[in-house]
Design a protein around this ligand. Structure first.
Ligand SMILES: [Zn+2]
Length: 434
């Protein structure tokens, strides 16, 4: 019989975890659990408590997955943050294979999955394998745009320039939205790292991406997946069929599945509809697993998890002049803000006012503090101005909204993500080989 994964108490899952570090290591460095968070009353204590879990990162990170797969395929690709694909493959427990399928299920956090695993017989079977019974970490912020760039390039938001749902466009001085690249730089101006797909293709290895027709030419696809051959598939039967067709030839197939995230945002991850979306995903992946050529390496990951927003813990920054003092623009998302300051504002002063107001419910860092902690990984010069001078993450069911710029719907999403909690940052990396 397999291992049963115990669901930790929810208050632990929605509390802050230590900052996740980038690299090829499998051991957590002592510094990551001994970070000083001077000036943020209460959070030092909460970090110590959550550190009794297992802090993860290094090789156990979303950025490691594709480099590890390239090693499994016998064509190891290194990246700006990962120099040892073989070590990553070993840490993640991947065998070698002539063909691999990597599936990214948007919004299917490790603990969201464990909690609702009754809806997912195929994935439940995989979780019983002890090698799969542990989460890996996604990037910070724990959100789609940042994670897609991190995943596709095997690097980090500090290098891809994809650091939030919205962020400053330094060329226009305005906020850009990076799901559709509204008001944003062109994808190749913003995201300058090679993708793992293009590096594989350059070595003569097949690299195929299966996804919705509407995303085939999207800027987000261009930024994070360029170099792969995009195969359009919209209905579940077509997704299964196109994926299996691509696997007839050795190489890499990547499949992106969106609905778990979409249903989570609109109806909440604890609802019946989310369970239904998970069932559909499980059904498709189970079919693919049963019909894929023998020896196909299947790896199933996610970009982030989700927490339920508590309406009683919603803070509207537009109603809080003390918080807005010195703040010119706000980027990010409800669980993770980036504050862009007026020229005459001091980041330390702004951070102090937010800490005073939010106490133990927020993890607040000036940009200098965030860089020193490696929050975004290494940061390139062209990305630095895109990162807010102060970042604010919230725990529990808190959200930070802005009624001066956001719609009522956007301010009251039932489930959200972006912050540095286990629920949001811990994702599955399930490996299936037969
Ligand atoms: Zn997502």
């Amino acid at each position: 019989m397999g291992i049963m994964i115990a669901l930790p108490p929810i208050d632990q899952l929605v509390d802050f975890i230590p900052t996740v570090h980038y690299g090829d290591h499998t051991q957590v460095s002592p510094s990551s659990t001994a970070e000083t968070r001077s000036g943020s009353a209460g959070s030092a204590d909460s970090v110590q408590r959550s550190a009794s879990g297992s802090p993860i990162g290094g090789a156990l990170h979303l950025s490691s997955v594709l480099p590890a797969v390239t090693d499994a395929l016998g064509a190891p690709v290194t990246t700006a943050v990962h120099h040892d694909p073989a070590a990553l493959r070993q840490a993640l427990g991947m065998p070698t294979a002539s063909r691999a399928l990597v599936v990214l299920v948007d919004g299917m956090g490790f603990w969201n999955l464990v909690d609702r695993v009754g809806h997912a017989p195929y994935l439940r079977g995989l979780l019983k394998d002890s090698a799969n019974a542990r989460p890996i970490a996604t990037c910070a912020p724990s959100t789609t745009v940042a994670a897609m760039g991190t995943f596709g390039t095997g690097t980090c938001p500090g290098l891809t320039g994809m650091a939030g749902y919205t962020q400053l466009n330094p060329q226009t001085g305005q906020i850009s939205q990076l799901i559709q690249f509204r008001n944003a730089l062109k994808p190749d101006d913003l995201q300058r790292e090679p993708t793992v797909f293009e590096r594989l293709a350059a070595r003569g290895v097949r690299a195929t991406s299966v996804g919705l027709s509407k995303f085939a030419n999207s800027p987000l696809t261009q930024a994070s997946l360029h170099g792969s051959t995009y195969v359009k598939a919209d209905r579940p039967a077509a997704i299964v069929q196109r994926t299996l067709e691509s696997l007839r030839e050795p190489g890499l197939t990547y499949l992106y599945l969106r609905d778990v995230d979409k249903v989570g945002h609109s109806l909440g991850w604890t609802g019946d509809e989310w369970g239904g979306a998970l069932e559909h995903v499980d059904d498709m992946l189970g079919q693919i697993s049963r019909q894929a050529p023998r020896g196909t390496l299947i790896v199933i990951v996610a970009d982030h998890g989700m927490v339920n927003a508590n309406p009683a813990q919603r803070i509207d920054v537009a109603q809080e002049p003390t918080l807005m003092q010195g703040v010119h623009l706000i980027g990010g998302e409800p669980r993770s803000l980036m504050l862009y300051l007026n020229d005459d504002a001091h980041p330390g002063d702004v951070a102090a006012r937010w800490r005073e107001r939010l106490g133990s419910h927020a993890l607040i860092r000036t940009r200098d503090e965030a860089l020193a902690q490696g929050l975004y990984g290494p940061v390139s010069e062209h990305v630095l101005p895109m990162l807010g001078q102060v970042s604010v993450c919230v725990n529990d069911g808190y959200t930070l909204v802005d009624s001066s710029t956001q719609t009522a719907v956007a301010m009251s999403l039932p489930s959200v993500h972006g912050s540095q909690t286990r629920m949001e940052m811990e994702i599955p990396c399930l490996i299936d080989v037969d």
